[in-house]
Design a protein around this ligand. Structure first.
Ligand code: SAM
Ligand code: SF4
Length: 501
């Protein structure tokens, strides 16, 4: 195993950065972004409405159009924007919300990002890398909450490099838990990964282990600010190694990639533009945009004071704008709001602003699921503090009350409906139809196996309504999908698991 010094010196492969330059340039050009934002100021009402019309036709917006929307201040016009964003979400994703659970496997890290509790400089942090037995215990506890999708999270360290990540993905997939009725089992059906940028050869190892989505956040797209927050002598200090992490992932065969920026580090309008340019460059170079986009807001972290002192903190109101604009600008990408946010804002972003994915019952401490540790009980092993510590059941109930159905669907990825294939199907409105059926099938599983009586009561009403809609949708009968769907639904109700369309 490489020493920390060796790792830091050798992990970056310059050739795997420079190969993605277009006309000798990176796709982030700060001057150009500032100009775009400036040009979009004081937007004309009609121009904004024309842009909204383009979004409603489910088309990706240009940087100029996106910058125009970012500059809308007029409350009435913003209300129109919000309504359009919701409509776009409805057309692509309907009323489905996808849930996942984060699993932290290692807080060892060679880097020293100023905002993170895992940074090497933080000597208060108790470090631990989960053994494969501990990974099994944690996974079992997550499955027992009712989860089917996981995002595995790792610091950057030779002890948890690509081989460890690949082994832990396989270990997570291997865990089976018997259902309460005993005639089926539940498991994690999709493992996404949030880890440091890697070289293509390492990314191929994750692909072979069955990774779902590979997620890396750029943190900030602004080079100078990036340099202030990530010491130059660390791996993460190399902005450009990170900038092309997803280009390399695509090249390694991982066609579901997820981008993000940590909001609060720099100006939020600039970061939205950075995310857009990133999405556009992936489209340009690989024909596929990001599977999801994240915009986590910086939270208090043990030993770090940046979350109180940054001059760029983002208000709740600005977060609503971020989500509305992203929904309109990149209509096919999922938008993730995590349990970093307080319950009220999270609910609002999911039900009124176009977010499509979230987590619940999340524990950030290493080993915290199996031991059922509360955040306050293992503060020295967490990365940052959560704003929403409610159980999965509570959040599902709240959303069901708002008419949103929880989906644990993982079918797309297992049927090869990923990357450009899923994007084409989404564009044609076909994937959304399959998602509806699979949302109902997985919600049925959840209601049978894990729902509290209160959630079951609300959930049953919602599922009845969904079944009526499915029966009345011509697409399903025309494509002869109903008999199979009905039989799967009945078999799941009788205790079988993991039947999908
Ligand atoms: N070590 C890898 C990396 O940095 O890419 C992956 C894991 S890191 C634990 C995952 C993400 O957590 C980071 O990309 C960062 O955006 C986010 N994060 C770090 N500190 C945070 C904080 N104080 N509040 C909210 N999110 C934070
Ligand atoms: Fe390490 Fe990632 Fe935290 Fe930076 S954000 S200190 S790289 S775990």
């Amino acid at each position: 195993m490489a020493t920390v010094k060796d790792w830091t010196a050798h992990v970056i492969k310059q050739a795997e950065i420079d190969k993605y330059l277009v006309d000798g340039k990176d796709f982030i050009d700060e001057e150009k972004i500032f100009e775009e934002i400036e040009k979009g100021k004081n937007p004309d009402k009609q121009r904004v409405r024309d842009i909204l019309q383009k979004s409603l036709e489910i088309k990706i917006l240009t940087p100029d159009e996106t910058a125009t929307l970012l500059n809308v201040e007029d409350p009435e016009l913003f209300h129109e924007m919000q309504e359009a964003a919701l409509e776009v979400k409805k057309r692509v994703y309907d009323n489905r919300i996808v849930f996942f659970a984060p699993l932290y496997l290692s807080n060892l890290c060679v880097n020293s990002c100023k905002y993170c509790g895992f940074r090497a400089e933080n000597k208060e942090e108790i470090r631990h890398v989960l053994s494969m037995d501990e990974v099994r215990e944690e996974t079992a506890a997550v499955i027992d909450e009712g989860h089917k999708r996981m995002i595995a999270v790792y610091g950057e360290h030779p002890k948890n490099g690509a081989d460890y990540i690949a082994e832990s993905i396989s270990t997570i997939y291997s865990v089976r838990r018997e259902t309460p009725t005993g005639n089926g089992f539940n498991n994690i059906r999709r493992v996404n990964v949030n880890a440091a940028p890697m070289e293509i050869a390492d990314l191929k190892k994750l692909w072979r282990a069955g990774i779902g989505t590979f997620q890396v956040f750029q943190e900030t797209y602004h080079r100078e600010r990036y340099a202030e927050l990530h010491p130059a002598n660390t791996v993460k200090g190399n902005y450009r190694w990170r900038l092309y992490a997803m280009h390399r992932a695509m090249e390694a065969g991982i066609d579901d990639v997820a981008i993000g920026a940590l909001f609060g580090l720099y100006d939020w309008k600039f970061e939205v533009m950075g995310l857009l340019h990133h999405a556009l460059d992936l489209e340009r170079q690989f024909g596929i945009g990001p599977h999801t986009v994240s915009f986590p807001r910086m939270q208090p972290a043990p030993g770090s004071f940046l979350s109180e002192n940054s001059p760029y903190l983002v208000s709740n109101d600005a977060m609503r704008r971020v989500v509305a604009v992203l929904r309109l600008a990149i209509p096919y990408s999922g938008l993730i709001v995590t349990a970093r946010e307080e319950p009220n804002l999270k609910r609002d972003l999911l039900t009124h602003f176009g977010c499509t994915q979230t987590d619940a019952s999340s524990k950030l401490g290493i080993g915290a699921y199996a031991k059922k540790l509360k955040q306050e009980e293992n503060i020295e092993k967490v990365q940052f503090m959560l704003g929403d510590q409610r159980s999965l059941d509570e959040v599902i109930r709240e959303l069901a009350n708002d008419g949103m159905i929880t989906s644990f669907c993982t079918a797309g990825y297992r049927c090869g409906r990923t990357g450009d294939k899923i994007m084409t199907l989404l564009e044609k409105g076909v994937e959304g139809k399959f998602c509806k059926l699979n949302a109902v099938l997985t919600f049925r599983e959840y209601l049978n196996d894990y729902a509290s009586p209160a959630t079951r009561e609300i959930g049953e009403k919602l599922i009845e309504q969904e079944l009526r809609e499915i029966e009345a949708t011509p697409f399903f009968s025309k494509n002869k999908l109903l008999p199979t769907f009905r039989s799967y639904y009945d078999r799941i109700a009788r205790g079988e698991r993991d039947l999908y369309m």
